[in-house]
Every structure is written in C-alpha cells, then in structure tokens.
Design a binder for this molecule. Structure first.
Ligand SMILES: Cc1cc2nc3c(=O)[nH]c(=O)nc-3n(C[C@H](O)[C@H](O)[C@H](O)COP(=O)(O)OP(=O)(O)OC[C@H]3O[C@@H](n4cnc5c(N)ncnc54)[C@H](O)[C@@H]3O)c2cc1C
Length: 392
C-alpha cells in the first residue's frame, strides 16, 4: 500500500477482527491510529466464531472474487508468519446435505466458478477425511474443499494489534461504549464512555453487530439481520480433527489447544435474548450440539462442554459486507460484515487504503453502505437457495 504524504489521525472503534485489521493496515500505511474498544480485544463475535475460511456455496461473482482475495491474504500471511500455522490452518472442509436435499447444485456452482471443490462418494470419505464418521454422511456423498481452513481469531487479533502498536498505534481497551462525534455533519472524533474526547481526521466504526444501531443514531440506515448466536467450546479431545465440518446438524472446527468449536442454525435459534440484553443458551442445545458433533466424528468421541460463547452474530440485511465511507457524513467509515473471519484481512486492507489515498477500491463497489439508501427498501439477496445452506 502506498503511504500518504499527510499523516492522518484515524480512530478505529472496535477490537474485533475487522477493527484490528483496519488498524494495522492504516498503521502500515503511515496513519496515526488509535484503536478503541469497549472491553478487551476479541471479546465480540470474533471470540466466538467457527471462523471457517471459505468461499463455499453460490455467491455473486463479485462476492466470490472478494472471498478468494480474502483467503489468498491468509495464505500469504501464513507463509510470511510460519508461527501463525498454529492458529491459521488450511486442512480443508467437508459439507454434506440434509436428508431430502442435495448438494449437487452447490458442487456444480462451485466448479463453474473455478472453486476447488471435490465430490466425494461416501465410500471414499474415510480416505479424504479420516476424522469424519462416513456412516452419517449423506447417501449421495459430500463436497470436500481442500483449500479451505480456519483461523482462531483470539490468537490472531492480538498479533495484528501488536504490529499496529509497533508502528505507532495507540490502543484503548475497556473504553466502554464509545460514540462517534459528529459536528456540523462531519465526523470529528470519538467520545469514550468516560467522556474523554479523541479528535480524529477520520473515524472507522467496526463495532460488529452494534454497527446498524450506532449508524441509525446518526440517521444512517444499514439494514440488519444480526441474530443472537452461540458456539460451544469443548474440553480438549484426544482425537485429531483437522477438517472443518459443515453438516446438517452441526459445524465443527478444531482449536490450536486441542478443543473443538461447535455451532448450528437450529441451536442458534434457541438462544434467548433477555430484557437486559444478556443471552441465555438452553442446556439442551449445548448437549444437543455435543451429541451431534460426536455422531459426525470418527470413533464417536464423548464430548463435553468447556464453555459457551453467546452474543450477536453480525449479519447485514442482504448478507453482503458493508464497507466504506458513510454517505452524508464526511470523515466516517464503516466495516460491518458476516463472514468477517474470512474477510478480515482483505476488508481491513482495502478500507485502510481508501482512507489513506481517498480512492475508492473497485473491488468494494458492490458492498457500499449507500446501497441501502434511506427508504429501507430491501436490496435483493444475491445467490441461490444453496447459498443459505452453506453461508458463513
Ligand atoms: C457463531 C458464529 C459463527 C461464525 N462462523 C463464521 C465462519 O465460519 N466463517 C467466517 O468467516 N465468519 C464466521 N462468523 C462471522 C465472524 O465471526 C464475524 O463476521 C466477525 O468476527 C465480526 O468481526 P467484527 O470485528 O466486525 O465484530 P466483533 O468481533 O463483534 O468486534 C466488535 C468489537 O466492537 C466492540 N464494540 C461494540 N460497540 C462498541 C462501542 N460502542 N464502543 C467501543 N467498542 C465497541 C465490541 O466490544 C467488540 O470487541 C461467525 C460468527 C458467529 C457469531
């Protein structure tokens, strides 16, 4: 990235993957950066994510391209930072359809886009993914994507932030609810919960599931379908799981310390949001995920829960990323996205470049906040039915 002649002060709000990535890319590009977050780093969705790195399923060409760039950035990172292979791995992912459904169309779509996608007959599953219990794979077989993987963001985010700090960034954790200062229609800084004011040339709102409400308070509409969600972190397991699994009743990925992270749509729908905004996860849902995960793993290991991570899962109204300058409020930018694990490095890089150079990236053209307009009209969801089935 080219650096600017004028050193801008940019305040980034949000210590998840998108804020951390934007901060480090801004710092690399020569900006004076302050990263402000309400609690500790990675305490939001980034700390409780399956974090499967993928461009799985049917998507628009623009979105698929963005996701391929995104995965490519992780590969480059992993080559240049060999130590990151503890928490960024590319051992492939397997998915199969629910009873009565087929993934043949998803496979055909992935192949048509040149995505590395292999159809695996049930009889061949053990050879491709020895960690999978082939008996429960769909009769028609499964899709294996050898180039997919996972990232453990609570390990990765501090590394990004440490690099930003080494390049002069300041980090303010436990800042409480920060808000953007808009004066005479221009974003001029950020006010922390303590009342402390930070002036800024530019402000980036990267507050995950809180972005739509924070923008709404400034009169800006970004459609939102952020649900409550949860993952279960298991106790350490004594089997080796390498493949990310997306199965009809459970998704599974390993962690660097030998545990598994589990989630599923059916379980997500049982989370109760209490009046005080806290989240209650029914014990049956936790137990159900553990049992479903045991079924899909070779040897049916007994799994127990170490802890549950519950909270918001940021998802824009049309499922696509929302990145760039906020129309009508000069100096204010946002980055709000589903699949933020996959997109973390690339979105931070492109957004930082836009802020530093003032030149919009054509790659982000389909993902602008302006697409929502001000009339709340629902933009069209891009993709086919298969997209929903495998969307992360
Ligand atoms: C269950 C689940 C499964 C997922 N699976 C996948 C997957 O397989 N693959 C994939 O690519 N993605 C996946 N995702 C999505 C991905 O995890 C998120 O898109 C990504 O973590 C979002 O990062 P973020 O930085 O936008 O938000 P967050 O990680 O939520 O970070 C936002 C930060 O902002 C802070 N904050 C909020 N409001 C304020 C404020 N007013 N002032 C200061 N700080 C504030 C919060 O404390 C938080 O630290 C999943 C998410 C969930 C929840």
């Amino acid at each position: 990235m080219s650096s600017t002649s004028r050193k801008k002060h940019v305040v980034v709000i949000g210590g998840g993957i998108l804020g951390a990535s934007t901060a480090v890319h801004l710092a690399r590009g020569g900006a004076q950066v302050t990263l402000v977050t309400s609690g500790s780093l990675a305490n939001g969705a980034s700390g409780r994510s399956i974090a499967w790195l993928n461009s799985s399923g049917a998507r628009s060409a623009e979105y698929h391209y963005l996701r391929l760039l995104a995965i490519d950035r992780y590969r480059t990172w992993s080559v240049h930072h060999p130590e990151s292979r503890e928490y960024i791995q590319f051992n492939g992912a397997m998915k199969w359809a629910a009873p009565g459904k087929t993934f043949r169309d998803t496979y055909a779509f992935e192949r048509s886009r040149g995505y590395e996608s292999v159809w695996v007959e049930r009889a061949d599953v053990a050879a491709v993914a020895p960690d999978v219990n082939a008996e429960v794979v769909a009769e028609e077989g499964a899709i294996f994507n050898p180039g997919e993987g996972w990232v453990n963001m609570p390990d990765f985010i501090p590394v990004l932030v440490a690099e930003a700090v080494a390049k002069g960034a300041k980090v303010i954790q436990n800042a409480g609810d920060a808000r953007v200062d808009v004066q005479e229609g221009v974003a001029v800084g950020v006010t922390l919960a303590s009342g402390t004011r930070l002036s800024a040339d530019e402000v980036v709102l990267a507050t995950g599931g809180d972005v739509p409400a924070q923008l709404a308070a400034l009169g800006v509409t970004v459609q939102d379908r952020t649900p409550a969600a949860f993952v279960v972190f298991t106790d350490p397991v004594d089997i080796e799981v390498k493949t990310v699994l997306n199965t009809p009743r459970v998704a599974v990925r390993p962690t660097p310390d030998g545990r598994l992270v589990l989630d599923s749509d059916w379980a997500e729908q049982t989370v109760v949001v209490e009046d005080d905004g806290s989240f209650t996860v029914p014990q049956e849902s936790v137990q159900g995920l553990l049992e479903e995960a045991s079924k899909v793993l070779a040897g049916n290991p007994l799994l127990t829960a170490q802890h549950v991570g519950a909270g918001l899962k940021p998802i824009p109204g049309d499922g696509l990323p929302v990145v760039g300058s906020i129309p009508g409020i000069p100096g204010l930018y946002t980055v709000f996205s589903h699949s933020g694990a996959t997109l973390g490095l690339i979105l931070g890089e492109l957004l930082a470049e836009e802020i530093l150079t003032g030149t919009p990236s054509p790659v982000l053209e389909s993902f602008r906040p302006a697409r929502f307009g001000s009339d709340n009209a629902a933009p069209e969801v891009v993709g086919t039915g298969a997209w929903e089935a495998v969307m992360r």
